[in-house]
Design a protein around this ligand. Structure first.
Ligand SMILES: NC(=O)c1ccc[n+]([C@@H]2O[C@H](COP(=O)([O-])OP(=O)(O)OC[C@H]3O[C@@H](n4cnc5c(N)ncnc54)[C@H](O)[C@@H]3O)[C@@H](O)[C@H]2O)c1
Length: 407
């Protein structure tokens, strides 16, 4: 008993409550079978996508008090008053960019001599992030985008994702669906794009290379995918180098404009930052040849890569219209508008599948290292160790030393 590692799955306490979890009941079961030194406990929750009874049935004890656990796993930020002193926590802390609203939480983590490992900072040796929810954001975003196009044109009906129990139930409705001729352009090549591609494949939408897609008309639904190298070229020599683009995006121009004149739907999944040129401008939106009717902005930055993203929509009310002439918000599914799907928490619409996918990656690439410190990957993702900022994150010193106004 003494040598057991006690691991707790904490209840999500941040408002609004998140419904995801790091490990589902089956994954907990698997871990305890394969790592006999590990005992998992689950803090009861009324809002987790897997019910307390599902954990109980899998033989995972429910326990309100997790003070005997050394390792605590959550998803979102943990409110400061819920943080337990001296523990090791894993969650998405959103502190590495000095986000003001999480300063007080990080200050408390240091005061309480906590070790914080941030999922976002866990990377493979080549720098690729190990954990993320992008794949299911892409799945849900693509479905929502198509659903909006069906409603706007009256040509087909899809059920909202959040009314489906899980991914299997979602895709069961694709059986027999006949989509009208339509042209879909997808941007990006990361996890979000992979999720969108999954939906394109499940619906049998045909892929076409960009150069064919641009010039031809089709009597069936088609899509093309534009990766960063097809979207951005350096202004001076019309070349693209990934490393150079990441370092100096302002020296690149965006080549997306022709696609707004030939596409019905944009599924946006590129990475974006303020110095990366947007896909088109408000002036382009006003032009007569602006054909896009629906934009599923999965990347979802307000006035970001898609300038007519006027702010987030919600899972319950996922689409709003934008009047093209004035770029002002209006109701969805109206003529002469572009419909925007800008939900910022898409994976929460399929939380059971999103959680399982997350837990799988965690089990495969992180779990063993977590049990056998020290490990380079874990060390690099450790923002604080026993109440001290680690060397790699020492740049956060001024952030934590500032007085907190946002508690
Ligand atoms: N709406 C939602 O619910 C939701 C959910 C998850 C992700 N997202 C957003 O979707 C976007 C894509 O996410 P993802 O999971 O596909 O990401 P990813 O990490 O899997 O892929 C990102 C892509 O951007 C490129 N990239 C990485 N750093 C870059 C940089 N500094 N400059 C330019 N390109 C860079 C990568 O090469 C990769 O092709 C992100 O903006 C993310 O915040 C939204």
């Amino acid at each position: 008993m003494e040598n057991k590692i006690h691991l707790g799955l904490i209840r999500e306490e941040k408002q609004p409550y998140d419904n995801r979890v790091a490990f589902n009941p089956k994954q907990c079961q698997w871990i305890m079978q394969h790592y006999p030194q590990v005992q998992i406990y689950v803090q009861p929750s009324s809002h987790r996508c897997f019910r307390d009874e599902e954990y109980q049935r899998a033989g995972i004890p429910l326990q309100e008090d997790l003070s005997h656990c050394s390792l605590l796993l959550g998803i979102k930020e943990v409110p400061a008053d819920k943080l337990m002193a001296g523990k090791t926590y894993l969650f998405f802390s959103h502190t590495k960019k000095k986000q003001p609203h999480n300063r007080h939480m990080l200050q408390t983590i240091l005061e309480k001599k906590i070790t914080l490992i941030d999922y976002e900072c866990l990377v493979h040796p080549d720098g690729q992030r190990i954990l993320g929810f992008g794949f299911f954001a892409g799945v849900v975003g693509a479905h929502n985008g198509l659903q909006a196009f069906g409603r706007k044109t009256g040509s087909f009906t899809l059920q909202p994702v959040h009314t489906c129990h899980d991914f299997q139930e979602l895709i069961a409705q694709y059986f027999g669906i006949k989509l009208p001729p339509m042209k879909i352009v997808l941007t990006g090549s990361g996890r979000v794009a992979a999720g969108v591609l999954e939906i394109m494949g499940l619906l049998g939408i045909k892929y076409l290379p960009p150069e064919e897609y641009l010039v031809n008309q089709y009597t069936y639904p088609v899509y093309t995918q534009l990766k960063a190298g097809e979207l951005y070229l350096r202004k001076n020599d019309k070349s693209y180098s990934r490393a150079d683009f990441h370092a100096h995006p302002e020296q690149y121009e965006c080549r997306f404009l022709p696609y707004v004149t030939v596409s019905d739907v944009l599924m946006n999944g590129i990475y974006w930052d303020h110095n990366i040129p947007p896909l088109f401008t408000p002036a382009d939106l006003r032009k007569d040849n602006f054909r896009l009717q629906v934009i599923a902005d999965i990347t979802d930055d307000t006035h970001g890569s898609v300038p007519c993203n006027l702010g987030d929509s919600t899972i319950e009310d996922p689409v709003y219209g934008v009047v093209k002439a004035t770029m002002t918000q209006t109701g969805p599914y109206l003529p002469d508008t572009v419909d925007m799907m800008c939900v910022s928490n898409l994976p929460n619409e399929l939380p059971r599948d999103a959680s399982q996918y997350f837990g799988d990656q965690l089990m495969k690439y992180v779990f063993e290292a977590l049990l056998q410190p020290p490990d380079d990957m874990i060390t690099m993702a450790t923002i604080a160790r026993e109440g001290q900022l680690t060397e790699r994150f020492s740049y956060l010193t001024d952030y934590v030393n500032e007085a907190t106004s946002e508690i």
